[in-house]
Design a protein around this ligand. Structure first.
Ligand code: NAP
Length: 248
């Protein structure tokens, strides 16, 4: 039996858990941080909650039978990705990062790049005044001091950090349709869209809507992966990587 730890919290992680349930000789356990109040649970075994840093994860890997790790966390979940690379290295356990491809600007889209949330907050006042902030609930406080701007903040659960003083909160979970995104941005007279470069097809309708409305996009770049990390960009790639390990 080959035991796989899937670090999850994404659609790809759930799809991988579902696919591995049908692979003979492979057992997977999915790990979730426990951030979302009502998470979409993967099929199969699931554990929820932090490990206690890289040391905690290394200890968890010592006492659990894990042959390989697939880090299928969100491209912006940089801490767990660093911890996983560190702990896997210490335990000599093979690890691959499953990262969906980034979005890149298409004709008709007007992108401005930001290195991180703080950089985005600095750039924003020069770009517009009515902002659609779609970065999730974490990190909203980076924009809390922008008193002159109005924000439509969309997240799955309410932020538990400081919010910009002039804002409305919209609780919603994707996928979203282009027509709805366009109507929403029109209704709120949005003149800048702020998003992380998450990639994938669940939340990219807002980019189509922004293009249709001529609204510029402030795109926050992904944090770098730890050096020398093996990567695959979809579930099929992760399954092939696991297959190659089990044939060794
Ligand atoms: P993060 O900053 O990289 O991680 C912070 C801490 O949360 C980690 O040190 C770890 O705690 C715990 N953690 C994160 N992912 C975990 C997992 N899959 N299993 C167990 N513990 C985990 O992560 P984040 O940005 O807060 O994201 C949390 C989760 O939400 C991730 O699983 C990610 O896939 C998902 N998510 C994130 C975003 C985003 O924009 N950041 C968007 C969609 C989904 P310990 O140090 O105690 O082990």
């Amino acid at each position: 039996m080959t035991w796989i730890l899937i670090l999850g919290g994404t659609g790809e992680a759930r799809a991988l858990a579902a696919a591995l349930a049908d692979v003979p000789g492979v057992e997977a356990v999915s790990s979730l941080a426990g951030r979302v109040r009502e998470p979409r649970l993967p099929v199969g075994d699931v554990r929820i909650g932090g490990f206690g840093g890289a040391d905690g994860l290394a200890e968890w890997l010592r006492v659990h039978p894990v042959d390989a790790i697939v880090d299928a966390t969100h491209p912006f979940a940089a801490q767990i990705t660093r911890n996983a690379a560190d702990a896997a290295h210490r335990r000599g356990i093979p690890l691959v990062v499953l990262r969906r491809p980034e979005w890149s600007p298409r004709p008709g889209e007007h992108w401005h790049g930001a290195a991180d949330l703080a950089d985005a907050a600095e750039l924003l006042p020069g770009l517009g005044t009515r902002i659609f902030l779609t970065i999730g609930r974490q990190g909203v406080d980076a924009f809390a001091d922008l008193h002159a701007l109005w924000f439509l903040i969309r997240a799955i659960d309410p932020p538990d950090v400081a919010m910009p003083p002039h804002s409305a909160l919209l609780l919603a979970r994707g996928p979203f349709a282009v027509a709805d995104e366009t109507a929403l941005m029109r209704e709120h007279r949005i003149d800048v869209l702020v998003t992380k470069n998450s990639g994938g097809g669940q939340t990219d309708a807002k980019l189509d809507a922004a293009r249709a409305l001529g609204v510029p996009v402030l795109m926050i770049r992904r944090p770098p992966l730890p050096p020398a990390t093996a990567t695959v960009d979809d579930v099929a790639g992760a399954i092939a990587w696991i297959g190659a390990l089990t044939r060794r």
